[in-house]
Design a protein around this ligand. Structure first.
Ligand code: FEO
Ligand code: CA
Ligand code: CA
Length: 633
């Protein structure tokens, strides 16, 4: 390993350190496969005639008339947000803003303390959802995924947590922020001191529920029952249930564990999940034995789940739903199938990991008991075949050879490997079309595609929905469940878009130019957050390279676009400030406001967003409205 300090590495770079093992399979064969697949796919994308393009209209040129209420914005490298003409934006809440009047305002010099952070909006906001609390009141639940150590601890010489209070601050900056919001005179604000306001952090009590609850692998000295854990962290994307709860999805939970004994032997399962003797610079294990795996070897088994939270009951105990599996969860897209069963689609965001769905055993009855709906059911992993068909493979003791449902829920990656599911190009958010049974998943990028195996040793050949070697730009795959039934095991699939750079890659059939609905007016890389609005348009947020050079020249900062699922047209709606990621989206009930997350502006040191001058860059939620007050789009 190099001398790079962990605080300077992005998640992607950490992942590369984790994933440095060479593929064992014959490299020449992989290359040959990649080339022939490329030729095949090139033809498909040029003419749009292959069976796995669902309807040739998907790739209609971008000048076609569409259902867009706005004029596209150009790419930008400015340190601000740009929205279309006739739209405006404001910040709603920034990292460190107090949610109660007793809390101190954000201190630009110290960047807060443990105490101030515990009563303030957390850092690096990601997924979010707005809930109606009745009588016109509205409550926003927002994930606070992680912290950039060099920003949070920019007051320290090492730019890392140095004291117990630094770690207290870091833990409090993670988790979920829940607070009431209101709009007055056209401006949105946080309702300080609302009875709904709540901070859930890395230390908040939670229940473990579902098949793995009480399993020996979940028991610790502090919790011999294996049913009560503390805290949630690295909550990335989100979900919401039809019964009004919020789902916070634990992603890179592994990077917080370390070992005071560096010589301990790491079990295979720890390696598969990236748990090591060193953490990623958070230092939690230094001040809290829970995160020291030599002292608490089962603690990592209690993270990596989806947490269900009642946003309207601040006294409720969040539930870690082990039935939804343990992996690096991105988001959770919930559908109610025609027969009333709950279907949850979920991605595992790491190179060559899998796409999952959960189908409940019980049916959802509006107004009925929903307390165990996400505890009892079957997990499936997706297998994509090259001919545009696919199937969901059930993960059961019989199909996986694993001992129990509990083991499958704890070591879900191994279960998916056992049934030979398809290794994907980093499955990020999944979004289900409200207008028809059709589901989309952003596959953000995968530089190891066609080059290395995943962490379980499963090869990543260039194939099917992952058609490019060393995939730089990402793509969005979509599938239609057989018979329009989300519980069906069969599906058909196609690619909605292959992101790319048509200005740089001009050779005939070069897949890096992107699919035909990508032009120099709308190009982008690394689709990540995706969500449908209520009229069936797909909002696409990016977390990609913002160098604006080489392969990424002309793309500018990260951005948000809107795609028409019918015509395939994609238009850029927003550009973010420097070095940010655009992630998290939710709409007001009247669709006149869209809330959007701006995460880690200035992650490499070159932004002062949103306050400008020489201020500390801060992640924030922004509210976007139209100047004429009409619906967003
Ligand atoms: Fe937290 Fe996969 O993004
Ligand atoms: Ca993401
Ligand atoms: Ca991402």
């Amino acid at each position: 390993m190099s001398k790079i300090e962990p605080s300077e590495l992005s998640f992607d770079e950490f992942d590369e350190i984790d994933n440095s093992r060479r593929q064992e399979s014959d490299f020449d064969v992989v290359v040959e496969e990649a080339l022939s697949r490329r030729g095949f796919m090139g033809g498909v994308l040029a003419f749009g005639t292959a069976s796995f393009l669902m309807g040739t209209s998907a790739l209609t040129p971008a000048h076609a008339k569409g259902r867009f209420a706005f004029e596209a914005v150009p790419a930008s490298t400015e340190d601000t947000i740009v929205v279309p003409k006739g739209y405006k934006w404001q910040t709603l809440v920034n990292w460190g803003d107090p949610l109660w009047s007793k809390g101190a305002a954000f201190d630009q010099t110290t960047r807060g303390t443990g105490e101030s952070q515990e009563t303030a909006f957390g850092d690096n906001n990601d997924g979010m959802a707005l809930f109606s609390a009745g009588e016109g009141r509205m409550v926003l639940a927002v994930n606070n995924e992680y912290t950039n150590r060099s920003i949070m601890y920019g007051n320290r010489e090492t730019k890392l947590p140095e004291t117990a209070d630094d770690v207290r601050k870091g833990k409090a900056a993670h988790g979920v922020s829940v607070f009431e919001v209101k709009q007055a005179d056209g401006k949105w604000s946080v309702v300080k001191d609302s009875s709904y306001n709540r901070r859930i952090t890395a230390d908040s009590p939670m229940d473990l529920t579902g098949p793995a609850a009480g399993n020996d692998m979940l028991k610790t000295a502090a919790d011999p029952t294996g049913t009560k854990s503390l805290g949630t962290w690295n909550n990335c994307g989100n979900g919401r249930t039809p019964w009004g709860t919020y789902l916070a999805c634990e992603e890179n939970f592994n990077g917080y564990f370390s070992s005071s004994d560096e010589d301990i032997e790491l079990p295979e399962a720890f390696k598969r999940y990236g748990i090591k003797t060193k953490d990623w610079g958070y230092a939690w294990g230094k001040f809290d034995d829970r995160f020291d795996i030599s002292k608490n070897p089962n603690e990592p088994n209690r993270a990596g789940y989806i947490v269900e939270i009642d946003p309207l009951d601040p006294k409720s105990t969040p539930k870690k739903r082990t039935g939804l599996g343990r992996f690096k969860h991105e988001n959770a897209e919930v559908d109610v199938a025609a027969n009333g069963k709950i279907v949850v689609y979920m991605g595992d965001d790491e190179r060559g990991e899998y796409l999952y769905k959960f189908v409940s055993s019980d049916v959802y009855v509006p107004g009925g008991d929903t307390s165990t709906l996400l505890d009892k059911g079957t997990l499936y992993a997706a297998k994509f075949n090259a001919e545009g068909k696919g199937e969901w493979l059930a993960l059961t003791p019989e199909t996986t050879g694993m001992a129990s449902a509990a083991e499958i829920c704890i070591h879900t990656r191994m279960a998916a490997l056992a049934v030979k599911a398809t290794t994907m190009d980093r499955p990020e958010w999944v979004a289900s079309n409200p207008k028809k049974a059709e589901v989309y998943c952003a596959l953000t990028n995968n530089k190891n595609r066609g080059k290395k195996a995943n962490k379980g040793g499963d090869p990543m050949p260039v194939d099917g929905p992952n058609p490019r070697e060393a995939n730089k730009y990402g793509q969005i795959v979509r599938w239609r469940p057989e018979g329009g039934d989300h519980t069906a095991t069969g599906f058909t699939w196609d690619l909605y878009v292959l992101a790319g750079n048509p200005a740089v890659h001009t050779g005939a059939g070069d897949l890096n130019a992107g699919s035909r609905n990508v032009t120099t007016d709308n190009f982008f890389n690394s689709p990540d957050g995706i969500a449908f609005d209520s009229v069936g348009m797909l909002w696409i947020q990016t977390d990609g390279k913002y160098s604006n050079k080489g392969d990424f020249e002309g793309m500018g900062n990260n951005q948000m676009l809107v795609g028409d699922p019918v015509t395939g047209e994609i238009r850029r709606f927003l550009t973010g400030p420097k070095e940010c990621e655009v992630t998290g989206i939710t709409f007001s009930p009247d669709r006149r406001t869209v809330f959007v997350g701006i995460q880690h502006p200035g992650e490499k040191g070159d932004s002062h967003f949103p306050d400008g001058g020489k201020t500390v860059p801060r992640s924030c939620v922004v509210a976007i409205t139209r100047e004429d007050g009409a619906v967003i789009g």
